[in-house]
Design a protein around this ligand. Structure first.
Ligand code: NAP
Length: 459
């Protein structure tokens, strides 16, 4: 038998999760020059992770990367296995036995908590739930969002907060020709929300929006972008941050806020109000959300190191819905170490570690490796780095006998009676979704229930 990565002993890698990091890891492996065979396992029947169910429906350009992933998937050395939950349908131990290496690219599926009273009362939701709902993710398809009150509050000033605030702000016409899920479009069309507060715990100089995402609020058809001039006053450390040449985004964001503040409110149907230096301290209501209590903050610390501290002064906002958009968080996988403090899998350069020791054969890439930061493309370099670690471990990964790979996975799934999907199955669903969208002028109408997806393949 030849060396690992040779014709009769291909490097067999199982990748867990079919989002950007999984596809970029696949791409790096396929380009390694070795004989490689990749099996990608995905919990949902359908691939592409957050590109399908996270990226906002009105940002179709960001979804064009799917074409790159679909091309990677055409490789004869790539195999997609959908509708398989690792840790339930097949274990990490089984995958380590059948493959030389396992790369975990399962993202950050949960959210950080505020840790305040009333946080989980009806009417208060995580951004993950709302984003999953309007994007037709089966886990969130049946969530209910009460849009009957005129005020909504979004906590956080990152791009996810921008996405959810913008979706609340847009009119039915602005969303109708996107791939937004049908159930969400009809409920958003009937929304009574008129005022959307976007609340930052720090100041306008520390907002994490990207300039393009913030600028969009100034271009909405039926919504004004509002900032109170007095909220744009800066302390010395924030001025240093904005003058720093390595921080050009913050200056652009701040200037955009200034531009919003200088605008005359034109009296459009809705308004998004950006407000700063306020932290939620309690959600109040009799069994369901009625108002949110915010504490006013001051900043302390040097430039780029400023933290928000409560002043004891509070204010209440009456609201029918609160969307908490304060960052995603990874979820532990059975038999894999997990750092519950930071919400990632402990690793050194992508090599998973347990109690400081490397866990042989197991690697991580993307948000589950480094935390939920960066844009889609950031994951490419991250996955390449992990694959480089894996390739430099080749000698240690060679078990001396060929691994069974795909065949062993199929055998395990059949033994357990798990119904799994191939990439050809996904192509059938993809085509039908596109066909369903056509009469409505939408790029696709997604299937939003797992059973619905499986039933399509039975026809
Ligand atoms: P994020 O950029 O990290 O923003 C999280 C926000 O929550 C920050 O404003 C943060 O404030 C705030 N926050 C954290 N803990 C808080 C608390 N206890 N109380 C109040 N506020 C709190 O995360 P994200 O918006 O979830 O986005 C995740 C990643 O995806 C980001 O890299 C983002 O750029 C990317 N993304 C990109 C796009 C796009 O390109 N269009 C779209 C969506 C997401 P502090 O700064 O004070 O911590």
């Amino acid at each position: 038998m030849g060396r690992i990565g040779s014709e009769d002993n291909p490097l067999r890698v199982a990748i867990i999760g079919s989002g950007p990091s999984g596809f970029y890891a696949t791409e790096a492996l396929l380009k390694s020059g070795l004989r490689v065979r990749v099996d990608m396992l995905e919990r949902l029947p359908v691939p592409y992770g957050l590109v399908r169910s996270g990226v906002a429906p009105d940002h179709p350009k960001l979804k064009q990367v799917i074409e790159v992933y679909a091309k990677i998937a055409e490789s004869p050395d790539f195999n997609y296995i959908g509708h398989v939950t690792v840790g339930r349908d097949i274990s990490i131990g089984e995958l380590r036995a059948s493959h030389h290496a396992v790369i975990l690219t399962c993202g950050a599926e949960s959210d950080r908590n505020l840790g305040i009273p009333g946080e989980t009362m009806p009417g208060s939701h995580t951004a993950t739930e709302f984003v999953g709902w309007y994007n037709g993710h089966p886990d969130y398809r049946d969530r209910a969002f009460d849009l009957s009150h005129e005020t909504a509050v979004v906590i956080g000033q990152g791009n996810v907060a921008a996405d959810v605030a913008r979706i609340l702000a847009k009119s039915e016409q602005e969303l109708a020709h996107t791939d937004i899920a049908e159930h969400a479009l009809s409920q958003l069309a009937a929304s009574k929300v008129r005022t959307i507060f976007v609340v930052g715990r720090r100041g306008p100089a520390q907002a994490k929006f990207t300039p393009k995402e913030l600028r969009e609020f100034g271009e909405l058809e039926h919504c004004d972008a509002v900032v109170d001039e007095s909220e744009l006053e800066l302390n010395d450390a924030s001025r240093v941050e904005l003058d720093d040449k390595t921080n050009p985004g913050a200056r652009k964001i701040y200037d955009q806020f200034r531009e919003f503040a200088a605008r005359r409110v034109s009296g459009k149907l809705r308004r998004v109000i950006f407000t700063f230096l306020k932290s939620p301290v309690e959600l109040l209501g009799d069994g369901r959300l009625a108002r949110i209590r915010l504490e006013k903050n001051v900043l302390s610390g040097g430039p780029f190191n400023q933290g928000a501290h409560g002043t004891g002064k509070t204010m209440d906002i009456d609201a029918g819905i609160v969307l908490r958009s304060i960052g995603y968080r990874g979820v532990a996988l059975p038999d894999v170490p997990f750092d519950s403090r930071s919400g990632v899998i402990p690793n050194v350069e992508g090599r998973v570690t347990k109690g400081g020791e490397t866990m042989p054969q197991v690697y991580a890439a993307g948000w589950i490796k480094r935390g939920p930061t960066g844009i889609i493309g950031t994951n490419r370099a991250d996955s390449v780095a992990t694959v480089n670690s894996l390739l430099s471990d080749l000698a240690a990964l060679d078990s001396g006998s060929a691994k069974r790979g795909t065949e062993a996975i199929y055998e395990c799934l059949r033994r357990k009676g798990v119904r799994f999907l191939t990439f050809s199955d996904w192509k059938v669903l993809d085509k039908r979704e596109i066909e369903r969208g056509q009469p409505k002028g939408k790029p696709r109408e997604k299937f939003t229930r797992v059973q619905e997806m499986l039933a399509q393949l039975d026809q």
